[in-house]
Every structure is written in C-alpha cells, then in structure tokens.
Design a protein around this ligand. Structure first.
Ligand code: TXE
Length: 490
C-alpha cells in the first residue's frame, strides 16, 4: 500500500481466493471523489459469474478455516488490526477522499474504530461462554455454536471500512468465510484492507471482495444459493428487498437500516452541554450517520434560547476541503444525494419553514469548487406533519420543534416510522427513566451521543431494521446453535 497517497485513477479488481481478478464481463463503474467530482478509480461492475467464483472460493476455504482454533483465528485478526494501525494515516486519506468526510474524522473515528472492531471481536469470541443445562437425573445438555458457512456482508458508503470491519470480525471469529460487497460509491478502503490480508496470515479464500452495483452484484450475492446469512447495513428500501429475497430460502438476515432520530431537550437541560452535543449529533459526517439526531424536540420554555444558540453554533461550522485540518463539514457522497438534500430544503421553504442557518449548496474556493457540499442547515416552524420531520434526509439538515409536556415530547419522538436512536437532555433522573422506557428506539443516549461500548446491542426498531449487532449478538448471528444431550452418569 502506498503511504500518504490516495489510490488515484486506478482500476480496481475483485479479490477472489486471495488473488486479484478482473470482472469476467469486462464491465467497470466510475468511482468519483465527492469533494471535487474527479474520477478516483474504476471499479469492477461485477455480475453473477464473479459472485459465483467468490462464493466458490469461500466455500473451498471454509473446512480449514472453521477447524482452526479460536486463538489461531484471533491471531489473524490481531495481525490485521496491527497493519491497520500501522497504515492508519494512508487508510484515512483513502476513506476521506472516497467519502468526502473530513480527514480528521476519518482518522479519529473511522480508522480507530476499524482497528477496535478487529481487536474487540478477536477477544470477545474467546471470552464467549458456552451454554450448559443440567437436568439432574435426566442428564445434561451442552450447546455448541457452529459456523454457518459462507456469509455475505453488504455495506454502505457513509462509514465504509468502519461498518465492513464491524461485520467481518465476528463473521471470521465464529469460523465463517466471507464474500463482501462494499458500496460502489466507496470501494477503496475495502480494497486496501484486502491487500493486507495475506500479510495478516488470513488464508486465501477466507475473505473475498466483489465490487459492483447493488442491483447486479449485490442482488446476485443475496440470491446465491450457497449464502447462509446476509449481514446488511444500508437504506430501508434495500433492506426490505433483501429480506424478501432471503425469505424463501430461510436465509438469516441482520438488517441495520435508516433512522430519523429525535433529540428530546427538557426544560432543565444543561444548555451548554446540549448545544455542543446536538451539533455533534446533528451534523457529524455531514449528517450522514444512521444515528444522527435530525429532529430536535425542545421544551417550549427553552425554544427561543436553544434555537439562538444552535443557530450560532451551526453557522460556525467550517465547510470545505476535507483534507484541511480546519474543516468541520466535508462533501456529501454524490451529486444525486446533494440534489436530494437540497430538494428537502426547498420543500421546507414551501411549507413555511424558517431556515435559521445554512440552506444552500456550498462552493468552496480552489480544488473543491465542483464538490457536492451543502451548508449545515437548521430549520424551525415546519408544520407538525411535514415530511422533513419524518423522512430520512441523511444530510446536514436538522429540524426544531417545541413541546409543552412530556407526553407530547414522547408522542412527537415516536411519530416517525423509524426507531433507531434517541437522545435525552435533562438533569432529572426520573425524567430519564420514564422517557427512555417510552421512546421507541433501539439505542438511547442521555446527555450525550454516540458513546459506544462494543459489547452492547446495536440496532433499531420499526423501519430501522431487524436484529442486533455488537458483542454476543453478532457472535450469535453468525452461528447456529446445536444442543447435545448426554444421559446422566456418562
Ligand atoms: O443505500 P443502499 P443508498 C439510507 C439513506 C440514504 C438511502 C439510500 O437515507 O439516502 O439509504 O442510500 C447495496 N441487493 N442509508 O442508495 O442502496 C449497495 O450497493 C443487494 C442509511 O446508498 O441501501 C450498497 O452496497 N445489495 C444507511 C448497500 O446495499 C444492494 C447508510 C447500501 O446501499 C441492493 C446508507 C440489492 N438489490 C444509506 N441494492 C445506514 N443505515 O447507515 C443496493 N445494494
């Protein structure tokens, strides 16, 4: 891997059976740099024939990989984590160029987490206790956890290597072999990780990487008869399609989908803490994190002061070249996504919303003037049933609404079809306990956001998905339970 330089107009290949393989159909897709609109790389537009090869390579590697000891598999993951640490600067540059996110964020959040995911699951799988149930005179049960076989990992563009490694590490530690398909919009960091696999001692075929579009490559992977489980993070519409495709074969799915997460700010909240936290929760990665809180619900007594202070704080976020250390907000992922986000802001104006901050595309000087930037935007005064309060915009757009009572706050919080995360801002423990129990979300943070413990369950309710990842939940997903009964006295 070349240190300190982004791949630069390379033509990528798939990684199959430890080798780099060009797509059999000879088709390629362009991978653009969101901050400039320039071509970064050409990537395989793989089809079913490439997926077949990858699944076959994984199947061939499975008997040996699954029979290694936990310690042997953990050593591979730890060596891979060491390589990620050694090359974290270069990996962060690749991730920043491919996604448009600030380089500092790619270093501090993305690459730190890739390394942590690998190390965490290398340890967690070894500390995972087995179940045993004693029946006294009727005997004794012990439960084996067996790997599934070849599993598919399909991941999105917002946190490319962070989310791929979050699935890869538990899949491997439980003895499975993998075919991964990263987003066609952000293929580069996965390619860089796969290039390290040999040095990490991961045997050929244990991890395979196919690039391509969702409709061709992703769908072929989902439809493949030898795939035993699909771990997916992405949009809710795609998640439903994957669930429908997997159902007839009774293939296991883990679906981490979108969010429209509320922040509930009560009248006794510490405003300094809330403003700083809400800006982070609303705008990190240009609002392109499924956990971002894009709806701020605030007690009416605080509405005026909070909106003034938030307006100031949001206006102070520096938008521009992701490679600059002064940049808080980089580019959105694509021109289409930029247009989608701007269309929501236009709709807000039509619906009578007040744009308190931002509201336009941003055109930085210099090399990024053709990039897909949107000013961080804060909107109040929308009608209660506005689609901006309900639909996932997945950009730097946050709305403000007020409430008069706790019941009203909960009603507003639960009024979206999603149920991924919520934040609660108050000094009162009883308020925390009541509201945390009533809000329909898989994750709740109190006076904070995105404090992650990798042992805890991660995932959403309602349209935000199915299943949980993290700690033993990931290990359970990638295994099948087998119970063995022994008679007494054996
Ligand atoms: O996601 P897709 P997109 C939300 C966000 C965003 C919207 C659409 O609101 O605006 O989803 O984003 C692959 N079979 N999130 O279009 O299409 C695809 O190639 C198999 C939330 O980028 O769901 C990519 O690898 N695979 C989110 C992955 O699915 C298919 C993160 C995700 O792409 C496929 C990203 C198919 N038929 C977007 N179609 C989060 N939860 O964090 C697509 N793919």
């Amino acid at each position: 891997m070349s240190e300190g330089r982004v791949a630069g107009r390379r033509t990528l290949k798939n990684w199959i059976g430890g080798e780099q393989r060009a797509p059999l159909g000879g088709r390629y897709l362009d991978d653009l740099e969101p901050a400039t609109g320039d071509l970064l790389a050409r990537i395989p537009d793989s089809g079913a024939e490439d997926v077949d090869l990858a699944v076959a390579a994984a199947g061939k590697a499975f008997p040996e990989w699954s029979s290694l000891s936990l310690q042997e598999r953990a050593s591979c993951l730890v060596r891979l984590a060491n390589l990620v640490a050694e090359h974290s600067e270069a990996l962060a540059e690749i991730e920043s160029a491919d996604t448009g996110k600030p380089l500092a964020l790619a270093k501090q959040i993305d690459m730190a987490r890739v390394e942590a995911n690998l190390r965490f699951f290398a340890g967690a799988a070894q500390h995972w206790p087995a179940d045993a149930h004693d029946m006294g005179p009727a005997g004794f049960n012990y439960t084996r956890r067996e790997p599934l076989g070849v599993v598919a990992l399909i991941t999105p563009w917002n946190l490319p290597l962070y989310l791929l490694s979050w699935k890869l590490a538990p899949a491997l530690m439980t003895g499975n072999c993998v075919v991964a398909k990263p987003s066609e919009l952000t293929p580069l960091s996965a390619d860089a990780l796969w290039a390290m696999a040999k040095e990490a001692g991961i045997p050929p075929g244990v991890i395979n990487l196919v690039h391509g579009s969702g409709v061709r490559c992703g769908q072929a992977l989902v439809d493949h008869s030898e795939i035993k489980a699909i771990s997916f993070t992405g949009g809710t519409r795609t998640g439903r399609m994957i669930a429908a495709a997997a159902a007839p074969r009774l293939v296991k799915t883990s679906l981490e989908l979108g969010g429209k997460n509320p922040a509930l700010v009560f009248a006794d909240a510490d405003l300094d803490q809330a403003v700083a936290g809400l800006v982070r929760a609303g705008y990190t990665n240009q609002g392109q994190v499924c956990l971002c809180c894009s709806r701020i619900l605030v007690h009416e007594d605080l509405m005026e002061e909070l909106s003034l202070r938030l307006t100031d704080a949001v206006a102070n976020l520096a938008v521009g070249d992701p490679s600059s250390p002064d940049t808080d907000q980089g580019a959105l992922i694509s021109a289409e996504h930029q247009q989608k986000v701007l269309a929501y802001i236009d709709l807000a104006r039509e619906q009578g919303g007040r744009i308190l901050s931002g509201g336009k595309a941003h055109h930085p000087e210099g090399r990024c003037r053709q990039g897909y930037f949107v000013e961080p935007t804060l909107i109040s005064g929308l009608p209660e049933h506005s689609c901006l309060h309900r639909e996932e915009i997945f950009g730097p757009v946050v709305t403000l609404q007020s409430f008069a009572s706790e019941d009203e706050a909960i009603e507003l919080a639960n009024s979206s079809d999603y149920g991924l995360a919520a934040t609660i801002w108050t000094r009162d423990l009883a308020t925390v306990q009541r509201t945390a129990a009533r809000v329909k979300a898989g994750l709740v943070w109190v006076n904070g956001w995105l404090v992650r413990d990798l042992r805890t369950p991660f995932g959403g309710m309602k349209d935000s998905g199915l299943g949980r990842e993290g700690g033993r939940w990931s290990l359970e997903f990638f295994t099948e339970s087998k119970n063995i009964h022994l008679p007494a006295g054996v």
